[in-house]
Design a protein around this ligand. Structure first.
Ligand SMILES: [Zn+2]
Length: 457
């Protein structure tokens, strides 16, 4: 039987084993944030490293970090001329509470209908075990047609605090041509999709100081400036009448949407009416010239996340506040960087803040955006793999949110980080009754096999 058919056949014959594997891993409550689960974290890491050893992977290691270890393993038997794929995943899960809202024990996986219910099912043990199962199917038949490395961390659900250091310290070990991050989903069971771009994030706190302390507005009002008004004016000026952000240089490195890309995005089942209904608003709003879907994924934004000043209790108090504070964040698109946006904000404040107050800007968080071109080798391979398993072309989506690890890997390692996983939007991630749609789990295994072979071509 020609590759990859032999591996696909193997996967079909071992369907039940691969389900058992997933259930075994799901029984381990590897909750990274809770110190009580330290032993479970070690057991989950050991389970994955044993699985890699059972496939004759080399250099399999459970590598310590400041908190939870990273599991590493490699199979480089395809040789130097073949491409190398680095699989990124995580074996940790979110806490299960509130427990009373679960229909079955979160760590005693139960199948109901097409779904397997357990904490960590979709996020992301099913995606990890699907890839391990795909690799096993190839190893036990025609062999892996490319080199494969695994980097599976245990701290994703607590923000991957050790990963950057780990990648920098192990750059040679992890070197690859492409990274695959399976921590994601498709649009619907019968609607395969590829997320090819994620937005980044820049988050700031702006603090305005007027008088040394709160003053009586009857005595001082009119004679001095009001920090709450100053802050409001500054914020209002950050956006113009066309919904564009006015910070200096904000759009300088934003990639334009091509007509072709816009045509592709317009195929998504989420039109403006959907966005309006979903948000429950009277009318949509945003940058002129773009659809709501484009604005929420392919264009950068600026939002006020919080405002604080003066008297906000019940009743009235005639105070002239001494200070005002705003939390402001921007969602970024390629090739913006949090640093550029920070500089733009500082410049804006220098140019626009009146001499009546002092101000500070504190950087609270930053993560770069990420994009993999739709005509890249990896996206074309993924697209073909989806098409042969699902019988239809995948849709292409951009995610409005931020997955810091994707941008981190792209920046630190200089490789594309492809998002390819088989969860669903309604899998109850981080919530009670998390599930994985099992037909997608099996199709995912086959898709990973075909994807690996497409990369070898
Ligand atoms: Zn995850």
């Amino acid at each position: 039987m020609p590759a990859p058919e032999a591996a696909v056949q193997y996967a079909k014959e071992h369907k039940n084993d691969f389900l058992e594997d997933l259930i075994t891993l799901l029984r381990i409550p590897s909750v990274s944030t809770l110190p009580d689960h330290q032993g479970d974290m070690e057991r989950a890491a050991a389970w994955i490293s044993d699985r890699l050893k059972s496939m004759d992977f080399d250099n399999v290691r459970v590598m310590p970090t400041d908190r939870h270890p990273v599991v590493y393993g490699e199979c480089l038997k395809a040789g130097k001329s073949a491409p190398t794929l680095l699989f990124y995943g995580h074996y940790d899960v979110q806490p299960a509470d509130p427990l009373e809202e679960w229909k079955s024990d979160p760590f005693d996986p139960q199948i109901r209908g097409d779904d397997l219910f357990a904490r960590g099912a979709s996020d992301m043990k099913a995606q990890v075990v699907a890839h391990l199962s795909a690799a096993a199917s190839m190893v036990h038949t025609s062999g892996l047609p490319i080199n494969v490395k695994y980097m599976i961390e245990g701290e994703e659900e607590i923000g991957s605090p050790s990963l950057e250091k780990f990648i920098i310290a192990n750059k040679d070990l992890l070197s690859c041509d492409i990274c695959l991050n399976a921590d994601c989903a498709i649009l619907a069971p019968d609607t395969p999709s590829i997320t090819y771009a994620l937005r980044g994030l820049a988050y700031f706190e702006i603090r305005i100081q007027g008088p040394a302390s709160d003053l009586h507005s009857g005595r001082f009002g009119g004679a001095i400036d009001n920090p709450a008004l100053v802050l409001s004016e500054l914020i209002a000026g950050m956006r113009d009448e066309n919904g564009r952000i006015t910070l200096p240089g904000f759009y300088d490195s934003v990639r334009d949407l091509s007509d072709d890309e816009r045509a592709e995005l317009s195929k998504l089942p989420t039109d403006d009416a959907w966005w309006q209904a979903q948000a429950g608003v009277k009318a949509l709003h945003g940058e002129r010239g773009y659809s709501a879907g484009e604005r929420a994924s392919a264009r950068p934004t600026l939002d006020v996340n919080g405002l604080l000043s003066g008297f906000t209790g019940e009743g009235s108090k005639t105070v002239l506040p001494a200070k005002a504070m705003a939390k402001i964040s921007m969602r970024l698109v390629s090739d913006q960087t949090p640093e550029q946006v920070h500089e733009g904000l500082i410049q804006y404040m220098k140019e626009n803040a009146p001499p009546t107050i002092t101000w500070e800007v504190e950087k609270l968080a930053g993560a770069p955006p990420a994009i993999v071109e739709r005509d890249s080798v990896s996206i074309r391979a993924a697209s073909k793999a989806f098409e042969s398993v699902w019988g239809k072309r995948p849709l292409f989506t951009r995610e409005g949110g931020t997955v810091p690890v994707v941008g981190m890997i792209q920046n630190l390692m200089g490789v594309d980080c492809l998002m390819m996983g088989f969860g669903l939007p309604d899998d109850n991630l981080h919530a009670p009754n998390e599930k994985q749609h099992l037909p997608n789990y099996y199709r995912g295994i086959e898709t990973f096999i075909r994807f690996t072979h497409e990369l070898a071509v």
